[in-house]
Design a protein around this ligand. Structure first.
Ligand code: BT5
Length: 254
């Protein structure tokens, strides 16, 4: 709390020692009327979730497992913008503690080629209105390199595993929330995510590279060209430019 500089994001934090998933809890609280900016944090998740029903490994006391409740007055189609805001907020917080990471569009932060953070945005919407939106952020902070759970050992890392010492979870958490509020206010007030997109571009591990795009229709290869002001990935395939709204991207084993 001593590092928090926000007006409303994280001014109410609900803390759990152990919980199934902070996203599940946050959605429940949001449905019951919790205020915008309410944050759910857990020391451990027993059923942490990724996208498409995948799991998120969340060992006790070793990471930042948190979810922010939001009530943006935006079109539900634009919900993925909040994911870009989250990625920019996490990247900037890591940069502030000297950790030089990359953003892998749309929802990962990678360090030395391995995933250190994942973001899961979920919402409840009707027609043209978002009822609530929850952005879940998972950051592997103080997991020892030898203690990275074996099911993710090849693809995951932690800040500690890369920098060699413990880092202050509270400071990073507050910085993520400070940045998040700044970038989110830009969306709410001006309908723009310009600052976030600048960061997502600058820190992107994909731009300029040949990538593999994995969809339910199969795999394809293309070149990542740019990230638009709307947060879409621009790709070029056989001279044709296309926009992706979200997706599974792999680039040389990452
Ligand atoms: C994500 O999904 O990356 C979104 C992760 C969101 C986690 C946060 S924690 C707080 C909040 N509460 C929740 O329950 N979730 C959110 P996706 O892109 O689908 O990646 C999932 C994949 O990442 C898994 O299938 C694993 O391969 C890998 N993975 C699982 N745990 C990991 C970890 N701790 N670090 C790095 N990779 C992991």
């Amino acid at each position: 709390a001593e590092y928090l500089e926000t007006d409303y994001i994280g001014r109410k934090i609900i803390h759990f020692d152990s919980i199934d998933s902070t996203n599940i809890k946050a959605k429940q609280l949001a449905a019951e009327g919790a205020k915008e900016g309410t944050v759910v944090i857990a020391e451990e998740q027993t059923m942490g979730r990724g996208r498409l029903g995948r799991g998120w490994v969340s060992p006790k006391g070793k990471g930042i497992w948190m979810s922010i409740i939001l009530r943006p007055n935006i079109d539900p189609i634009d919900a993925s913008k909040v994911t870009q805001i989250g990625a920019a907020a996490v990247w900037s917080a890591l940069s502030k503690v000297g950790v030089d990471a990359y953003i892998k569009w749309p929802n990962d932060i990678v360090l030395n080629g391995k995933k250190v953070c994942g973001i899961l945005t979920e919402m409840s919407a009707e027609l043209n209105r978002i009822n609530y939106l929850v952005i879940g952020i998972g950051v592997n902070v103080n997991i020892n390199s030898q203690e990275i759970p074996k099911e993710i050992n090849n693809i995951a890392t932690s800040i500690k595993a890369e920098v060699g010492h413990d880092v202050d979870r509270k400071f990073i958490t507050a910085e993520i929330l400070n940045n998040f509020e700044r970038f989110y206010n830009e969306l709410i007030k001006y309908g723009s995510i310009k600052t976030s997109i600048e960061i997502c571009r600058k820190a992107s591990i994909l731009l300029g590279r040949e990538i593999k795009i994995i969809t339910n229709k199969g795999e394809r290869r293309a070149k990542a060209i740019d990230i638009t002001e709307q947060g879409e990935l621009l790709i070029e395939e056989n001279g044709k430019i296309e926009k992706l709204i979200s997706g599974e991207i792999s680039v040389r084993g990452i």
